[in-house]
Structures are given as structure tokens and as C-alpha cells.
Design a binder for this molecule. Structure first.
Ligand SMILES: [Zn+2]
Ligand SMILES: [Zn+2]
Length: 137
């Protein structure tokens, strides 16, 4: 079973099921929120269990096509979750998992919104200019 937490421990969680491969999202909203690209795995909604939730806060993602909200720790600021209504999965920032995760990165998303301060190396992963369903971090 996978576990993870924010930097200070005011949000901790367990994932009682499989995790998706990691998607790397270059969109402007992810970069603002994370400080750089987001690297998100995902779990079935019912498999994500908060074992400590006192720090968890949510904010609407302002221009999200999927009308998503983003979950973070209000105490330490760690970016943790991305949650869109109507989806069966919740995205989880892969960097908040306790390692080793056993996961791999699968693809890049919103490559057209990549920042100009880094080079997108050819790492062999597929790149999508944007998501087919509006947004997929
Ligand atoms: Zn925290
Ligand atoms: Zn994004």
C-alpha cells in the first residue's frame, strides 16, 4: 500500500489500490501551483484515504476546463491533490509519495504551455499539446 504526506505532516494519506503511471503537466496553472511542472499519479477516489487531514485546504483552479479543485497543505504549502467533479480518480502529486514508488513517468501534457526557462529534453515519452478531455495533469 502506498503512503504519502506533505512537508510538515499536517496532511498524510494512504492509497489502498493501484496507482496510475505519472503524467507530467506543463500547463500554466500546474506550474504556478507547483512552482514548476506537475508530476501526477492518480488513484480511484475511494482508494485515497486521509490518515491526517487537519492541514488540507482546497482552491478552485481558476481556468480549469475540467472545473477542478486543487488540494494543498495550509500549514506548509505542499501541493497534493487535483480533483475534478465527475471523475472516478483523484490525481496525486507524485513527489508527495513515500518512496520507493515503483512508478514511472508515462507522458508529457500541455507541452505547448511549457515555460521558456527549461529545455524539454527528448526523453522518449509521448508529448501532447494539450489533453484530449480538456485537462489532465
Ligand atoms: Zn503540511
Ligand atoms: Zn496542468
Amino acid at each position: 500500500m502506498a503512503t504519502g504526506r506533505c512537508l510538515c505532516g499536517a496532511v498524510t494519506y494512504e492509497v489502498r489500490g493501484p496507482l496510475r503511471d505519472v503524467l507530467i503537466c506543463h500547463c500554466v496553472e500546474c506550474r504556478r501551483w507547483q512552482g514548476h511542472v506537475s508530476a501526477m499519479t492518480a488513484a480511484q477516489r475511494e482508494d485515497l484515504v486521509l490518515t491526517e487531514g487537519r492541514g488540507l485546504r482546497w482552491i478552485r483552479s481558476p481556468h480549469s476546463d475540467a472545473r477542478a479543485r486543487r488540494g494543498f497543505c495550509g500549514d506548509c504549502g505542499s501541493s497534493l491533490f487535483w480533483d475534478a467533479p465527475g471523475r472516478e480518480t483523484v490525481s496525486i502529486a507524485a513527489g508527495t509519495l513515500d518512496g520507493p514508488t515503483g512508478l514511472r513517468s508515462a507522458s508529457h501534457w500541455y507541452a505547448s504551455q511549457a515555460g521558456d526557462y527549461y529545455a524539454m529534453q527528448d526523453d522518449g515519452l509521448p508529448r501532447h499539446e494539450r489533453s484530449g478531455e480538456g485537462e489532465l495533469p
